[in-house]
Design a protein around this ligand. Structure first.
Ligand code: AKG
Ligand code: FE2
Length: 321
């Protein structure tokens, strides 16, 4: 298929944010692990989590403008743990151009991911993020007010944009699935928001992101309680066991065209990137609590005083400034 030519947008120039590669998952002694387990059980209790853990990051939802599509996304996240829309329906038809342009420019400089060999990295960015227009187009994208509204409403507090990753998944043929290609729940929080953007068409051979609808721990269905996280860690249940419980309609295999946005609570059961035949290019924005234990090493969170009452402050907080 002939590739569409993407023109460099005139006003944008790109520079480096604080870039890192590899994972920050730390190894700890068993005594500390035991302490962490109890600590997280208390910290994640719904009342403690809202009124103590994240109390400084609350915002009145009425500050945000009302938008039917955004309400639909938030409701679907609450009920199903996942929502899918086309980038154009949220941001108009031109939004993808600068992102695709940046990806195409980087194509010859891809790095093998140190932890997951099936990924080639275009870039991994961490806060603090520079103000527009000096930041990377994907950073700007993930700081869009509509995303911040969805993240804040769903999580219940103003999050930090913890990482922005742009990666290509390489086909592995008939090799066994590994790491995030296997069923898992992400660690630590009862609600986690990741926003994925497909930058290539994704079919069954390119390892679509796959989710068990309603498996987000804060939803009400039976899947919310099956194979729970082992706080503060996630969980990697056996695929046969997961499939034993799976009824038709439980699985959402997100095969979709380039430009699809997937909002997902990855504390729910998911897997993806098990590309057998075709490459997949995908960006991920991960919005974390400021109390997330693995904040980027270069980043020191400034204290937010009192509750936020202006919309403009939200973006500044999320970008880590
Ligand atoms: O690559 C995928 O589709 C899965 C990603 C994933 O597990 C995650 O970002 O938490
Ligand atoms: Fe995951």
């Amino acid at each position: 298929m002939a590739q569409k030519a993407y023109k460099k947008p005139p006003s944008l120039f790109f520079c480096e944010e604080s870039v890192r590669s590899g994972s920050m998952a730390a190894k700890r002694s068993p005594i500390i692990e035991l302490f962490r387990k109890f600590y997280y059980q208390i910290r994640n209790h719904p009342r403690v989590y809202v009124h103590i853990t994240n109390r400084r990051y609350k915002i009145k939802e009425s500050l945000f403008p009302k938008d039917p599509l955004i309400s639909e996304i938030i409701n679907s996240l609450r009920q199903n743990g996942i929502a899918k829309v086309d980038v154009a329906s949220l941001f108009g038809p031109k939004k993808l151009d600068s992102l695709i342009y940046w990806v195409r420019e980087k194509e010859s400089e891809l790095e093998i991911d140190k932890k997951k060999g099936f990924f080639r990295n275009y870039g991994i960015f961490c806060p603090p993020f520079k103000a527009e227009p000096n930041s990377n187009p994907f950073v700007q994208f993930y700081l869009e007010k509509k995303f911040l509204q969805i993240a804040t409403a769903y999580l219940g507090y103003i999050p930090l944009l913890h990482t922005v990753e742009i990666r290509k998944t390489i086909p592995v043929g008939d090799a066994k699935p590994s790491a995030s290609q296997k069923w898992h729940r992400d660690p630590e929080e009862k609600r986690i928001l990741k926003i994925f953007l497909y930058l290539s068409d994704v079919d069954l051979g390119s390892g679509p992101f796959t989710y068990i609808v309603g498996s987000n721990p804060t939803s009400k269905g039976p899947w919310s309680r099956r194979f729970p996280q082992k706080l503060p860690h996630g969980v990697y249940p056996d695929a046969n066991l997961v499939e034993k419980f799976t009824q038709p309609g439980d699985l959402l295999e997100a095969t979709a065209p380039m430009g699809t946005i997937i909002f997902c609570d990855t504390a729910g059961l998911h897997r993806g990137g098990y590309a057998t035949k075709n490459e997949r290019i995908m960006a991920t924005g991960f919005y974390s609590s400021f109390k997330y234990s693995e904040l980027p090493p270069e980043f020191t969170a400034k204290k937010v005083r009192g509750q936020v009452s202006k919309l403009d402050e939200v973006r500044e907080i999320v970008s880590g400034n």
